[in-house]
Design a protein around this ligand. Structure first.
Ligand SMILES: *Cc1c(COP(=O)(O)O)cnc(C)c1O
Ligand SMILES: [Zn+2]
Length: 421
């Protein structure tokens, strides 16, 4: 394991650190650390076929490219994270006028969001380090994922979440048996408290945009997009455009890292274009992109999409670069379009939470702006399941009618419908 995992490099000052020299962020400037892998060693030891032939139907098929050893946990949800399906719904393609469209459904992860990728890898790291307790701050999903992945292998977990988190997410935390602490404050305040607590009590901290292993878990989505979509594309086609919802910016940074890993290995035909989508009410990363800087200015976040409601994105700098370095872009969408997107995905059989539908809303805007054309191959990352936040979902639909249990009442109702009676 040590052989492929070489250490870290600061994304701000470029300083390199050995595996045991640092744990979280750069001691000099607080910059996010990129994990360094020994690509020569990996290239000598593995071939593309070793990965594409793997029988492991989870993100653990990419163990050769991860900075952790085999976590065990066979037969548990820890071992089932990732390897989510991609859909290509004909109805959406014709509605949007796109020839090539894929939707990757991260709601199909064990705890129903993308965060299982980071949490399973961080739990693997926690056990390797022999830490008694793992802790995270979360708007909900990261905590649910950590609680679930930790429970799967009997690891103690403590979760801090804002007390305003959606009820379903809080229920998940409690059901998985984590120690749950609701903070009378926002996510950013819970985040800072978690770091203090981890230092005080020696807990291993999973915080997004702080722990370098979260991006390593998240990069596995790039590997799957490569296997499931990119390897099947005509090499003459333009690069795949990937639409990603952005809050802290760790998902888009992780996906960028995954594609960079593949590029370093010489396994990636063309670097995909990464498009980050934010809610207008929580757009600190997009603001920096528009201002042509990678320094982030915090906002006062206010959006229905709780999973991407962030004042100060903790991985903002790398998140801006993910778009600038791949010829991608940032787009913002109003909450009303996010709700509309939930309502448009439902009728093709896909149920997304608000943040999960945000990238789809961004794709629609990109098509209107002409950034994406009808022949562009596009993948939309749908990051979380709609059951996570049914209060938001109900805003996308009309309430169901209530009738008396009689045929005459039903007939009266059906009068107003077409094609049913
Ligand atoms: C966390 C999360 C995001 C955003 O990820 P960041 O790393 O914070 O940018 C998007 N959608 C869902 C469902 C999430 O849980
Ligand atoms: Zn630094």
């Amino acid at each position: 394991m040590e052989q492929k995992f070489q250490g870290y490099q600061c994304s701000l000052c470029g300083k390199k650190y050995g595996v045991r020299e640092v744990q979280y962020t750069c001691p000099q400037d607080g910059g996010n650390l990129d994990v360094l892998l020994d690509y020569d060693h990996i290239r000598k030891t593995f071939q593309v076929k070793d990965i594409t032939d793997s029988c492991e139907e989870s993100l653990w098929r990419y163990l050769p490219l991860l900075p952790v050893g085999d976590p065990g946990g066979v037969g548990t949800p820890l071992r089932m994270a990732g390897w989510t399906p991609v859909y290509s719904p004909p109805a959406l393609k014709s509605c949007l006028g796109l020839r090539y469209l894929w939707i990757k459904d991260e709601g199909r992860n064990p705890t129903a969001s993308f965060k299982d990728r980071a949490s399973s890898v961080v739990v693997a790291r926690t056990r390797e380090m022999g830490s008694e307790v793992v802790v995270t701050a979360s708007t909900g999903n990261a905590g649910a994922a950590l609680a679930g992945m930790a429970a799967a292998v009997g690891q103690k977990a403590v979760i801090f979440a804002p007390k305003t988190a959606p009820a379903a997410k809080i229920a998940q935390l409690l059901i998985y048996g984590a120690q749950v602490i609701l903070v009378d404050g926002n996510y950013d305040q819970a985040f800072d408290l978690t770091i203090e607590a981890s230092q005080e009590f020696g807990w291993y901290c999973r915080n997004t945009g702080f722990n370098p292993f979260t991006a390593e878990g998240k990069k596995t989505a790039a590997f799957e997009i490569w296997e499931q979509v990119i390897l099947g594309l005509d090499p003459k086609m333009e690069a795949l455009s990937v639409f990603i919802p952005v809050g802290d910016g760790n998902i888009i940074s992780g996906i960028h890292k995954g594609f960079k890993d593949l590029q370093q290995l010489g396994w990636l035909p063309k670097m995909p274009r990464l498009f980050g989508i934010q809610s207008e009410g929580s757009a600190a990363v997009a603001n920096a992109f528009f201002a042509k800087t990678d320094r982030i200015t915090p906002v006062v976040a206010d959006t229905i999409a709780d999973s991407i409601s962030v004042d100060l994105p903790r991985d903002g700098t790398r998140a801006v670069r993910a778009a600038t370095q791949t010829n991608g872009a940032y787009l913002t969408v109003p909450d009303s379009e996010i709700i509309r997107a939930i309502g448009e995905l439902g009728p093709v059989g896909i149920f997304a939470e608000p943040a999960g539908a945000t990238a789809y809303a961004g794709l629609k805007k990109a098509l209107q702006n002409g950034i994406i054309s009808a022949d562009s191959p596009v993948l939309v990352l749908l990051t979380g399941n709609g059951l996570k936040d049914i209060k938001a979902a109900m805003q996308a639909v009309k309430e169901a009618p209530v009738i008396e249990p009689s045929l005459s009442a039903l007939k009266k109702l059906l009068n107003g419908w077409g094609g049913y009676a």
